[in-house]
Design a protein around this ligand. Structure first.
Ligand SMILES: [Zn+2]
Length: 72
């Protein structure tokens, strides 16, 4: 076995260990900071009022806070 191959094997092993130990905490950490799409606030195209994405009306890819704004 060549020295280079051993080094590559060692590097792969270290990378695997690194991902096993550090990938999960990093993912959960970034998840905390990012808001899920369900919690996102969307500005109404008509009046600019921010509304919860669950309560918005969508037409042609634009978000509106109410049916009145959407149909205006
Ligand atoms: Zn509106």
């Amino acid at each position: 076995m060549s020295m280079l191959f051993k080094l590559l094997l060692l590097g792969g092993f270290i990378a695997a260990v690194y991902y096993a130990f550090f990938k999960k905490p990093a993912l959960s950490g970034s998840k905390k900071d990012e808001k899920s799409p369900e919690e996102a606030m969307i500005p109404c195209l008509k009046c600019g009022t921010y509304a919860d994405i669950k309560d918005t009306f969508v037409r042609d890819g634009h978000y509106y806070c109410s049916r009145e704004c959407m149909e205006a």
